[in-house]
Design a protein around this ligand. Structure first.
Ligand code: HEC
Ligand code: HEC
Length: 318
C-alpha cells in the first residue's frame, strides 16, 4: 500500500512539473510571430481614395471598427476593452488615427490590407483574437476601409495619445499557441456577389463582411474563419459574452428553428432587430448585439433570405 501511494505521489509530482514547464514555456514564448508573407501586388497596393469608397468605408467602419477603437471624445485613439473576460484581459485597442508614430499614418496601404486579412504586422507580430481578422471580406470593401482610414474624417486626424502595448497573460499566450491562429490568406480576389442573387449576397454580408456567425455560434475557439459554416453551432448561438457591466449575455439562436430560433419572426421584426436592436418581445436587445444602422434594408433582407438556407439548430438560450 505504501509503495502504491509513493508511486501516485511521484506521478503527481511529475505531472505538476510538466504543467509548470509547459506554463513557463508559453509564458516566455508569448504570442507567436509569423513570417511576413505579403504578396507582391499587395505590398505595392495603392488604393484610390474616391468619394464612393470613402463613404462605403465609413459605413463599414461604423459597423466593424469604431465601437472598439473609439476613445471617449470620439477619436479613434483606442480604448480599454471592458467586455473581454477578466481571465483574458486587460486589453486595449490601439490608436488607428493618421499619427505617424502613435497611429498608423506611416503604414502603407498594403500593410493595412495584409493586417486586416491576417492580423500580422510588418514586424511579424500578430494581433490576438480581440482584433478581428477579415479573411472573407471582399477586396473592394477592404479598399473602402483603407480609403476611409486615409480620409479627412475628423475621428482619424493625427492624434498622439496612445495606450501602452498590450501585455498578454498566460491564457492568451497559451490560446494563441495552441487554439487560435491567423486565418489562411485568400488565394483569389474576393468579389461582392451580385445583389440580384439575394442568398449569395446575404451570405457575403452576414459571413464575409459582418461575421455575424462569430458571435452567433457556440464558441469563439471552435470557429472556422475560412469556412464559417463549419463553426461549432453555426448561427445556433450560445456563445457566452459579456456586456459593459461584466454580465453574461449569451448570443441568440438566429437559425430558423421555430421554438428556439427566429423561425416565427417576420422579416420586418428581423430588420428592426438587426438595424435598431429592437427586441420583438419588448425593449432593446442587449450589448454586445449592437445596432447595425449603416446596413441598408436591402442588405438586411438579404441576410434574412440567407439565414433561411442555414440548417436549423435547436438550442434554447440559458
Ligand atoms: C472587437 C474589437 C475590435 C474591432 C471590432 C476592431 N479592432 Fe482593431 N484592434 C483591436 C485591438 C484589441 C487591437 C490591439 C491588438 C494588439 O495589441 O495586438 C487592435 C489593433 C488594430 C490595429 C493595429 C494597430 C497597431 O498600431 O498595431 C489596426 C490597424 C486596427 N486594429 C484596425 C482596425 C480596423 C480598420 C477595424 C475595422 C475594420 C478594427 N480594427 C476593428 C480591437 C478591435
Ligand atoms: C458582437 C457580437 C454580435 C455580433 C457581431 C452580432 N450579434 Fe446579434 N446578438 C448578439 C447577442 C449577445 C444577442 C442577444 C442579445 C440579448 O439577449 O438581448 C444578439 C441578438 C440578435 C438577434 C435577436 C434574436 C433574439 O432571439 O432575440 C438577432 C436577430 C441578431 N442578433 C442578428 C444578428 C445579425 C444578423 C448579425 C450580423 C449582421 C449580428 N446579430 C451580429 C451578439 C452579436
Amino acid at each position: 500500500m505504501k509503495r502504491f501511494l509513493k508511486i501516485i505521489l511521484y506521478a503527481l509530482l511529475f505531472a505538476g512539473i510538466l504543467i509548470a514547464a509547459a506554463a513557463a514555456y508559453f509564458y516566455f514564448k508569448g504570442v507567436p510571430t509569423y513570417p511576413y508573407d505579403i504578396p507582391q501586388d499587395v505590398a505595392s497596393l495603392q488604393v484610390k481614395p474616391d468619394s464612393m469608397r470613402i463613404a462605403r468605408g465609413a459605413k463599414i467602419a461604423t459597423l466593424l471598427c469604431n465601437e472598439c477603437h473609439r476613445g471617449e471624445d470620439g477619436k479613434l485613439t483606442g480604448r480599454f476593452m471592458p467586455d473581454i473576460p477578466s481571465e483574458l484581459a486587460p486589453a486595449y485597442s490601439l490608436n488607428i488615427t493618421q499619427d505617424q508614430t502613435h497611429g498608423i499614418g506611416n503604414w502603407s496601404d498594403g500593410e493595412i490590407y495584409y493586417f486586416l486579412r491576417t492580423g500580422i504586422r510588418k514586424d511579424g507580430s500578430w494581433a490576438p483574437p480581440f482584433m478581428p481578422k477579415f479573411p472573407l471580406m471582399a477586396d473592394e470593401d477592404l479598399y473602402a476601409v483603407i480609403a476611409w482610414l486615409r480620409s479627412n474624417d475628423p475621428a482619424l486626424a493625427a492624434d498622439a495619445r496612445e495606450f501602452p502595448p498590450n501585455k498578454w497573460n498566460l491564457l492568451v499566450k497559451f490560446l494563441a499557441n495552441v487554439a487560435i491562429f491567423p486565418p489562411a490568406y485568400p488565394e483569389k480576389t474576393i468579389t461582392i456577389p451580385d445583389t440580384t442573387d439575394q442568398v449569395a449576397f446575404g451570405k457575403y454580408v452576414a459571413d464575409g463582411l459582418c461575421a455575424c456567425y462569430g458571435c452567433h455560434s457556440a464558441d469563439f475557439t471552435k470557429q472556422d474563419p475560412i469556412h464559417p459554416e463549419k463553426s461549432l453551432g453555426f448561427y445556433g448561438g450560445g456563445n457566452p459574452m459579456l456586456n459593459y457591466e461584466g454580465e453574461l449575455v449569451p448570443s441568440a439562436n438566429i437559425t430558423m428553428d421555430k421554438e428556439t430560433g427566429i423561425g416565427n419572426w417576420s422579416e420586418q421584426a428581423f430588420i428592426d432587430a438587426v438595424k435598431f436592436c429592437k427586441n420583438p418581445r419588448g425593449g432593446l436587445l442587449k450589448y454586445p448585439m449592437f445596432p447595425h444602422t449603416t446596413l441598408s434594408d436591402q442588405e438586411v433582407k438579404a441576410i434574412w433570405a440567407y439565414l433561411k438556407t442555414v440548417p436549423t439548430i435547436k438550442n434554447e438560450r440559458k
